[in-house]
Design a binder for this molecule. Structure first.
Ligand SMILES: Nc1ncnc2c1ncn2[C@@H]1O[C@H](COP(=O)(O)OP(=O)(O)OP(=O)(O)O)[C@@H](O)[C@H]1O
Length: 697
């Protein structure tokens, strides 16, 4: 039986081929894999650039281009193209094995030769070149070969480098792009994840090189896996991880560890692999957790895809944090009575009236949550001493005393009426866990960590004994969509020296990513560990059209245009469930569903429908977290809608909270936009949101 590898670039294209061609490809390659003399089905080409290229007939019109070894039975499917294009492609490309990394590389030799003279001409006139500060020795150390080096040396800007992605060997381009994005040669090397070679690589051994290059070529293990890959060409993460992702997921850490990185860099994927790996090791129960039920449901679905052994799956529990705290609370006290939002406000109002305080109920509620509960403050004296980081309005000693009195009365009332909030349940569950010597979990894996409240962190800290691999944290502070801020150190979680940042985005096109990042330009965003996070080096290898940005006079026109856009996507062959519509408010999301339905488009609310319903789904930006779609429309991005006025504390009330609220709203829009894999459409009526007016292009 032949062994088969499939180039990942082809898999991306596969998803876009017509269904009938996809079926033929599957048919041809399932049969191909079964053949004892598979090579006989391949046709030689006249004068190919690489003598190891062959073609294979898919149907009358389509051909596959296959890399066939000089000997052995190992083949790599590189592309499937219309007949003439396939032959043209084979005339232009060449496969080599990189002597430094040992990995397989594919390049468009003709395009490199054509680009070089033009670049030389521009470089001769330019005052500086892109890689002036990087020595030849450093470039070579990263696997840049002579042909790429000649081109790299005459690049003068990043746009030229981006254009060169289409023809340079991908791993070499990656290294150059990492350098251009500001990473040091050491950081780029670490990111390449190349194992130290004990002896020089055999640059003729294609099969070994392919095995070393899982980020480019997926090795297929039998016909079932082949079917799986073709059925879910986007879900490759189950089989293959980038070396950096693999290292993080499989490492043994002496304590808590963390993965950070921009949207779509595979943090969730790493978290799922890590949980699976820890369960395989079998040292004790694994908890996978996050902050909402929708997200924990999608983590559970991901784990089921990943784990093929029921025994391993049994060792993993998926619960969102509040579910965990309720469970622990209920085991001891039974079901809690929950304080509703409106009732909470009423209590604060009564206290304000009765004490004659100069504060609003929102201010008191936030002070209680973000200072007193967050820092476990238990007495007036502690409160007087407490740092109120993140709170803008200064309080004098007298005001602090008044505030403490208010909080004390509030807490007493809850106690008297046996009422609980999510936070107090969490605090009580933490107390119960701290009493226990036997912890419920041996490992905890946390996704979307940026949105957890300090009391939730303490709960998690108390649910697992301190030790190797106790906590694994995945998150991105640029995607914080609630107001929770934490310093991990303050809640007893130390990740220093065990934190890795992922930078390659697998979801979004470079165009959508760059535009969305533009919205965050210059925003100082913390790293949950006493420093600032950065977006340096975030990049995507996939290209597509730039985001489409359109404004209208009134909402009706905006929604009509949304319907036309969605219709256009559907007509182009995008399935309805691959289209997502995001809005800041529930009301607008519902209006979008109604407009789509009225236009005869199958549509539903994100809250109430799933992939299986095969409808276009619209929902709030908050609900978009953790999801992704081929095409995304973000509507209502107008001056008075984003930021949502009622979600932003007035500057007069609290300057710092005001700034933080604005940042959270900005991040929320960023999250919504980065859910798009291929196309992003952003619209508004009236004037555009201040968050996008700087990036309208
Ligand atoms: N190694 C990989 N190979 C192929 N696809 C990958 C890989 N890693 C991640 N992906 C894909 O990239 C997309 C984003 O992955 P994931 O959701 O894990 O990213 P994330 O960093 O958690 O994103 P976000 O922070 O935006 O929610 C998914 O479609 C996932 O399947």
């Amino acid at each position: 039986m032949a062994r088969l590898g499939i180039h990942r670039e082809f898999l991306r294209e596969f998803a876009r081929l017509e269904r009938s061609v996809q079926d033929r490809v599957i048919d041809v390659f399932t049969k191909f894999e079964h053949h004892t003399h598979a090579g006989l089905h391949l046709e030689k080409l006249n004068n190919p650039r690489d003598p190891r290229f062959r073609t294979i007939r898919i149907d009358k019109f389509w051909r596959g281009v296959v890399l066939a070894p000089d000997s052995g039975d190992f083949y790599t499917l590189l592309r499937v193209l219309p007949h003439d294009d396939a032959y043209d492609w084979a005339q232009r490309h060449r496969v080599t094995v990189n002597p430094v990394t040992g990995r397989i590389e594919l390049r468009d030799v003709v395009a490199i030769d054509e680009a070089l003279p033009r670049l030389v001409e521009t470089a001769d006139k330019a005052p500086r070149r892109l890689f002036d500060d990087i020595s030849d020795a450093d470039l070579k150390r990263l696997g840049i070969d002579e042909q790429t080096l000649a081109l790299a040396r005459v690049l003068t800007d990043v746009a030229q480098l981006e254009a060169a992605q289409a023809f340079l060997p991908q791993n070499q381009w990656d290294a150059l792009y990492g350098l251009a994005a500001g990473l040091t040669p050491e950081e780029v090397w670490a990111e390449l994840g190349v194992a130290e070679a004990t002896e020089p690589y055999d640059t003729e051994d294609i099969a070994a090189a392919v095995a070393r290059t899982p980020e480019r070529v997926v090795l297929v293990d039998g016909p079932e896996e082949l079917m799986e890959i073709f059925r879910h060409p986007f879900a490759l993460w189950r089989i293959y991880l980038h070396p950096t992702q693999h290292r993080i997921a499989h490492a043994t850490y002496s304590g808590a560890a963390r993965v950070t990185g921009g949207p779509g860099t595979g943090k969730t994927v790493v978290a799922l692999h890590r949980a699976h790996q820890l369960a395989v090791r079998g040292a004790g129960p694994v908890l996978v957790t996050t902050f909402t039920s929708t997200l924990s449901a999608s983590l559970e679905a991901g784990l089921k895809l990943l784990a093929d052994s029921a025994e391993v799956l049994d060792r993993i529990q998926v619960r969102h944090v509040d579910q965990l705290s309720y469970q622990i609370f209920a085991e001891r006290h039974g079901r809690p009575a929950i304080l509703r939002d409106a009732e909470e406000k009423a209590i604060w109002r009564r206290i304000i009236r009765h004490l004659g305080l100069p504060f609003t109920e929102t201010f008191l509620a936030e002070e209680w949550r973000h200072v007193i509960l967050a820092q476990q403050i238990g007495s007036a004296a502690e409160y007087l001493e407490a740092k109120r980081a993140g709170r803008g309005r200064r309080l004098g000693t007298r005001q602090k005393a008044q505030l403490w009195q208010a909080v004390w009365e509030f807490q007493e009332e809850l106690k008297r009426r046996r009422l609980w909030t999510h936070e107090t349940i969490c605090v009580e569950a933490t107390r119960l866990l701290n009493e226990r010597a036997d912890k419920p979990y041996r490992h905890i894996v946390v996704d979307e960590a940026q949105d957890l409240h300090p009391v939730q962190w303490r709960l998690l800290r108390a649910a697992v004994a301190e030790g190797p691999d106790d906590l694994f944290i995945a998150g991105d502070t640029h995607q914080r969509i609630y107001n929770n801020r934490v310093s991990l150190r303050d809640v007893g979680v130390r990740v220093a020296g065990r934190s890795t940042r992922l930078t390659i985005n697998y979801r979004t096109t470079a165009e959508i990513l760059a535009w969305s990042l533009g919205m965050l330009q210059g925003e100082p965003i913390d790293d949950m560990d006493g420093g600032l996070d950065t977006v340096a080096g975030y990049r995507s290898e996939v290209h597509g059209p730039p985001p489409r940005l359109v404004g209208f006079a009134v909402q009706k026109d905006e929604l009509d245009a949304l319907c036309r856009k969605v219709r256009e996507w559907l007509d182009a062959g995008v399935a309805p469930e691959e289209i997502g519509v995001a809005a800041r408010s529930n009301m607008l999301a519902d209006a979008a569903v109604a407009a789509l339905k009225a236009a005869g488009i199958p549509a539903g609310s994100l809250a109430r429908s799933s992939d299986a319903d095969r409808v276009v789904r619209a929902g709030t930006m908050h609900r978009m977290k953790g999801l992704e779609f081929r095409c995304v429309a973000v509507v209502g991005v107008g001056e008075h809608q984003v930021p949502a006025p009622n979600a932003v504390t007035p500057a007069e009330e609290d300057e710092l909270t005001h700034t933080q609220d604005l940042q959270r709203e900005r991040c929320l829009l960023f999250v919504a936009c980065t859910r798009a894999r291929e196309e992003l459409y952003v619209s508004w009526h009236g004037r555009p949101s201040p968050f996008i007016s700087g990036v309208l292009g």
